[in-house]
Design a protein around this ligand. Structure first.
Ligand code: URA
Length: 221
């Protein structure tokens, strides 16, 4: 099997963006390698998060302000408008969070913790904490693996219930099944990913994928 990094995927659009920068694709290749250990994997997630964050913040607004260089006055761009919130879906979202914060240190952070009830299969919330003014902010939701899309959909439902309206979803890898489900439930949410993989296996893992992102970044297996 070959990871598709060259050709546009049929699901790509202006609302489903694959970041094809060579450094991102190189780093993702290293992350897929099962011999890559925890420390290096974590460092790579951090680095790729910055590239994905660069793409996710592409549309934030700039205004102009005047500064004095050592030589003369000049009008320079400055960020204005909606402030950012990074919303980490626990636990693997934490891996993407550090790179995002390195990029925008003043951003606020929300956390969404959900587990799937084994009997009802419904997503059950065990933790939720977000800034009060979510509706006034751009919310960048972080979860490395968009697999079935179930937890992403539940997290987006919850963030919208708390007031979020301007939302981007960022992941390292996406399965076509997860993209389709997320687009069906939340068509207003743009998806940014480093790859759209082949699909899901019988256990709901993305193939070829990179395994369990949480286990690989936290060394729990
Ligand atoms: N979560 C993971 O960590 N990996 C997958 O492949 C799917 C869901």
């Amino acid at each position: 099997m070959s990871a598709n990094f060259k050709n546009p995927h049929p699901l790509e659009s202006d609302q489903v963006v694959v970041v094809r920068h060579p450094l991102v694709q190189h780093k993702l290749g290293l992350m897929r390698d099962k011999t890559t250990g925890t420390a290096v994997f974590r460092q790579l997630v951090n680095e790729v998060a910055m590239f994905l964050g660069y793409e996710a913040t592409r549309e934030v607004n700039l205004d102009v302000t005047r500064v004095e260089t050592p030589l003369e006055a000049v009008d320079v761009p400055r960020l204005v408008g909606k402030k950012l919130v990074f919303a980490s879906i626990l636990r693997a979202g934490e891996g993407l969070l550090q790179g995002m914060i390195d990029l925008v240190p003043v951003a606020r952070v929300a956390h969404v913790g959900l587990y799937r009830d084994p009997e009802t299969l419904n997503a059950v919330e065990y933790y939720f904490k977000a800034p009060d003014d979510l509706g006034a902010r751009k919310v960048i939701v972080l979860d490395p693996m968009l697999a079935t899309g179930n937890s992403a959909i539940a997290a987006l439902d919850r963030l919208k219930e708390a007031g979020a309206v301007d939302i981007v979803f960022v992941c390292l890898l996406a399965a076509p099944e997860g993209i389709t489900a997320l687009r069906d439930h939340h068509p207003d949410v743009k998806i940014i990913t480093a790859s759209i993989d082949e699909g899901l296996n019988d256990h709901g893992y993305i193939v070829p994928g990179l395994g369990d992102a949480g286990d690989r970044m936290f060394g729990t297996k």
